[in-house]
Design a protein around this ligand. Structure first.
Ligand code: F6P
Length: 544
């Protein structure tokens, strides 16, 4: 494991292989093997992955699996499931898989089985959710709760928002769910402006309970509540609950720890949507549906843990990502869900993938000499087709795409779902096989225009199909990406579970804040930063 990745024979074999197959085309692959589309497809935990439209041969796959073996990916995976402290820089276990383990599972951290702790919190969340959903939990003035506002940021926000949007069809339609994350006051003000405080519950989500944005918004929420509810501090107990690992800070903020739902340092923020951080999800869809979602996560965990590499979805997706990132020099991966309900899925994945694998040193602290985490981005289809797909089809960059589609609609409306899914299949086909100059000319296109209409094809993609968007299938999908990220990080030998890179900006902001408040404070930054602060002071002081 300490051998440098690029010096490994398996890596060099891949490099040599890449040189040899660089001119290969997807078109030719399919001509050579008409059944390729059926053979290069795998199924796991209810997801069907077609990876045939990738720039790979059997030899490529053999070499990629060889690389995974040389990097000990499976051993590393087993270490994660065992509860070893694989987050080495923070000296923590990485056990989001324990959050969805069944009651009878046994997963040990420091000699303690953590599974009963997980279920104790889940049971408390369920009891609380039921009380809120049934109207038994009353606000300070005796009214039932109709509005739930989850306040958090990063992993304490993106998962809950994404899950709420994804599972809206399963949610209580007579309740309002909103999410406040940005320290920009517009976020809080817009989220609360039309709500009745007497019917509003705030869930303050923060693993550390020290995050500037979240604490600032939580204080704004408390002030808003007190002002609307006649200033009685006792109201807080009825309108605020906390989700955190930090009991002391929760107490300090003034939330009764009876109303706190805990989790543990072995749950990374970006891996926490299935912990108590998902309390808003549970209130929205109910405890049973939440447990279905956990079952989906768990099904993918078992698939990842127990399935041979060659048929293992996260393993395949992770290795394909390494293939494009490190050998083809692809900078990004586009995630294209053909489901409006998944509109926040790409944003959620951005934190999961980029906070995890955006690292420049190995576990041993050595500068890597290969590219690590690609940039993940995307939008739901078909909307993206009418904006950025042009570049994917005809631009000069290679952008591997993940298409995600569901075979049954939650909103049957004429044949609209067929129209939606026809576009999934058409897009991946167009990207792979394109349109030649001859084909364009044969359509009668004038010679001068023909080159503009050529699509070179050979643009790779995965297609992930699922029967239906349900809490269960959402769980499988998220776990698929979690584990794909894991595979990539294991190949690159980086710590996919820390996030030191976000610290510097936080420190510098803490220094700038008082300099904005006190306009006489001496500025000792670089000349650009000093000038920007001066300009801000000048224009801010002119506000009416
Ligand atoms: O700043 C990054 C980060 O630490 C994320 O990793 C985390 O998900 C987010 O901030 C929120 O942190 P917390 O849950 O502690 O408020």
């Amino acid at each position: 494991m300490n051998a440098l990745l690029t010096t490994l024979p398996e890596w060099q074999a891949l490099r040599a292989h890449w040189h040899l197959m660089r001119g290969s085309t997807l078109k030719q692959f399919f001509v050579d093997e008409p059944q390729r589309g059926e053979r290069l497809a795998v199924e796991g935990a209810g997801l069907y992955l077609d990876y045939s439209k990738n720039l790979v041969t059997d030899e490529t796959l053999r070499l990629l699996f060889g690389l995974a073996r040389a990097r000990g990916v499976e051993q590393r995976r087993d270490a994660m499931f065992r509860g070893d402290r694989i987050n080495e820089t923070e000296k923590r276990a990485v056990l989001h898989v324990a959050l969805r383990a069944p009651r009878n599972a046994y997963i040990e951290v420091d000699g303690r089985n953590v599974v009963p702790d997980v279920h104790e919190v889940l049971d408390r969340m369920a009891a609380f959710s039921d009380r809120v959903r049934s109207g038994e939990w009353k606000g300070h003035s005796g009214k039932p709760i109709r509005n739930v506002i989850s306040i958090g940021i990063g992993g304490s926000d993106l998962g809950p928002v994404m899950a709420y949007e994804a599972l809206r069809d399963y949610s209580r339609r007579d309740m309002t769910f909103r999410f406040v994350s940005n320290v920009d006051p517009a976020d809080f003000v817009e989220a609360t402006r039309d709500l009745d405080a007497e019917e509003t519950l705030f869930i303050i989500c923060s693993k550390t309970f020290t995050t500037l944005e979240t604490l600032t918004n939580a204080h704004a929420a408390r002030d808003w509540c007190l002002q609307k509810l006649g200033g009685d501090a006792k109201a807080i107990a009825k309108h605020f609950v906390a989700v955190s690992t930090n009991r002391k800070e929760v107490e300090k903020f003034g939330i009764d720890t009876e109303n706190m739902f805990g989790f543990w340092d072995w749950v990374g923020g970006r891996y926490s949507m299935d912990s108590a951080i998902g309390l808003s999800t549970m209130i929205a869809i109910g405890p049973d549906a939440f447990r279905d979602m956990l079952a989906g996560f768990h099904a993918m965990d078992l698939h990842f843990k127990d399935t041979t590499a060659e048929r293992n979805l996260p393993m395949l997706m992770g290795l394909l990502s390494v293939w494009y990132n490190d050998f083809f020099g692809a900078q990004t991966v586009a995630v294209l869900p053909y489901a409006q309900y998944l509109k926040r899925f790409p944003a959620y994945l951005q934190q999961l993938t980029m906070e995890s694998n955006g690292k420049h040193v190995t576990l041993a602290g050595k500068r890597v000499d290969y590219d690590t985490g690609p940039i993940y981005w995307g939008e739901p289809g078909t909307n993206g087709q009418h904006s950025f797909y042009q570049l994917i089809h005809q631009g000069t960059r290679l952008i591997p795409c993940d298409f995600i589609g569901f075979c049954q609609s939650l909103n049957p409306l004429g044949d609209q779902h067929d129209l939606l899914m026809a576009n999934v299949f058409a897009q991946s086909e167009a990207l792979a096989f394109g349109k030649t100059l001859e084909q364009v000319r044969a359509e009668g296109t004038p010679a001068w225009l023909a080159p503009h209409r050529v699509c070179e094809g050979n643009r790779p993609s995965n297609t992930i199909l699922c029967e239906r968007l349900t809490p269960y299938s959402l769980g499988t999908l998220v776990a698929l990406y979690e584990h794909s990220v894991f595979v990539q990080g294991a190949i690159w030998n980086i710590d996919s579970f820390d996030q030191w890179g976000v610290e510097l900006g936080k420190q510098l902001a803490a220094k700038v804040i008082p300099q904005l408040r006190d306009t006489n404070a001496k500025l000792d930054h670089d000349s650009s930063t000093n000038a920007l602060i001066r300009r801000y002071r000048k224009w801010a002081s002119q506000r009416a």
